[in-house]
Write a protein that binds this ligand. Sequence first.
Ligand SMILES: [Zn+2]
Length: 733
Amino acid sequence: MASFGARAMSLFGRAASPEEEHDTATFEAMAQSAPESLGFDSTMLSETPIVFPSMVTLNPMEPPMSVDSLALDANEAKLQEKKGLVGSTGIVYDTRMMLHRVPVGDHPERPERIAKIFDLLEQHGLVARMVRVPAREALRSEVELVHESHLWSDFERLVALPPEELAAYNEALDKSASLYLNSYSTLSARISCGSVIEISDWVITGKVRNGLAVVRPPGHHAEPQSGTGFCLFNNVAVAAQSMLERFKEGPHRVQRIMIVDWDVHHGNGTQKAFWNNKDVLYVSLHRYENGTFYPCTHYGNYDQVGGPGALGTSLNIPWPCKGMGDADYMCAFQKCIMPVAYEYAPDLVIVSAGFDAALGDQLGECCVTPAGYAHMTHQLAALANGRMVVALEGGYNLTSISNSALAVAQTLLGEAPPMLAPQVCSSAAASTVETVIRVQAPYWDCLAATLPYMPCAPPKALEIDPRAAMAVQRSSTMWERYNMVNLPAKGPHQAPFAPNQILCSRSVMSADVSVLVLYVHDNGPLHYRDPYQQNAPGDPSTFVVESTCLVADWAAERGFAYVDFNTLAMFPARNWESSNQIAAVVPQDTPQEQSVFEQLQHTWANFVSLSPAKHIVLIGQGTGCKATMRLVSDAKTQRRVTAVVQVMGYNPVPHMYKPRALKQWYYDHSLVLCPNHHPFCVLGEHLGTSYRPGCVVQSGEANAEALLWTDKARILDFIAQQLDDAADARRVE
Ligand SMILES: [Zn+2]
């Protein structure tokens, strides 16, 4: 049996032999007689040079090419060695991978994806500069290095079904596994998988320095026991495992493989295949969004670091929102991925190169440019003696994927990556990468070294919650400065409420007190001092900015009674500018919010409402805003309250879902101050006519923590006005 791959390749280099023409004619005849439901478009044949060597291969039940026939590849390699192609870039591509297509209608994972990429590479003269590596079908024994045995037979059984039955089955398959099959799906999948194996082999044995596999169907969602998410077999995982087994010993020894998956979706299948295998480092950058983005599991979160035998060898960079671009990917590469890569020192790098994070991809909604992909390729090419395989995964905008693949191919061939415009990463990316570094630091010395302190937790050591420690510190400061005392929390054992959480001035119960301020706030934000800055000797590297004493100062100056309620939550200091956070405006409370509210209710019922004060002013800050709003959602409480000031951080603006009268009151008696980059203001929602969020005002201040200070006059004027109005109303009565 001849090597189909080698013969297919020859068609690109010279005129087809009469025998090969016969093969193509046979295929055309077959395609024309194929039922409509198979989705064959015979016009495709005239536009795209379909190479189809033999009728025999069309039978999906036919066993794949024997190992003996691979000997031809070695001859091919010798030939290319003679031509001086060593040290060059390989490319593998075979139009038989276009036979897999959705039987009815359209689908984003369509055959044209690979043809378009290959055409563009040809137009730019790149194919001529690359070494054609023959495509081949994966052997069942190879696929079963990663996949359970039944998967191969299951797929073969399904594709052998009569077309009508297969079409009916496809509907269920699409719903349950986001997958479709036609009669040729397993053939295409075998070639897709076998091609990645083959080009990896060529790279390891030095026939080429690096290689590009223009293949489909993609593979990274296919798990050991099932195909899913447009993927039948996990091409990259099978190739990696094959290389580890094939090159255990000898001159081309491969001990460690690094897989970088820059497809916009998490490669759940690849991660699962190597979850407990430290010989493979799996790195993925993907949209995560609290597990709401496909594949909609928590396996792509930053805390998924690998099994007990391979901790740290699953490294996930889970983007919290769409719109991530070149600078965000560079941030992840330079701060986290590349340091880990150098510490791991792989013998081979395989890229799961989905181009669905590319600018213009409707599914991915991110903005990585071709130059961005070139820079990522360039950085990875520095590893493993340059041994690198880039294998296509997803990516559905034909223009975006071909331009991206072109830039990657040019970089593989040794061209300098195009210069990127000046840019900085988003705060969303910076936060995500920072979190990943902290979570992965116990497993990677290079990451631990970048932290201010090494993580250190000897067994049985006493763990102190820094929030509780801060509350103790505040309590003693408030005593020294304002003579404030602690109020008991609800019940003696109501964790996490410490006795230092609620404080009050001594005038709360005085008969002559006129105004009482109840201030519900977060802990101050935690700051990290720049270790490279010249600080005064003895300055700590982390510190808390305690701005809440500003409110205590106003109250003391004016002789107001004062109750200080600390939610103990950390103040969110970063602005993600993501409209996703708006979606978090839901009436349901988290358990933590519920517990804060119950505690606040207790404080209200047992202390605040018993005060003889004529006017009660509520001030909420950060996470305290939601509890404050809920407190005045009660008509009885509302009657005691004169004014509500909400100093928002970057939390969602709380809404009052209550009868119109209560909402109207909230609107008339509230001042809701948002920092100027708060999504609610950025999206212009504060200009709406709804009473629900109260009277929202956009501050000129971008920094949420400074807002209390900058807008002090506005807040005090508002409170004074409300107190005057209330006094007038009383006189009228
Ligand atoms: Zn994808």
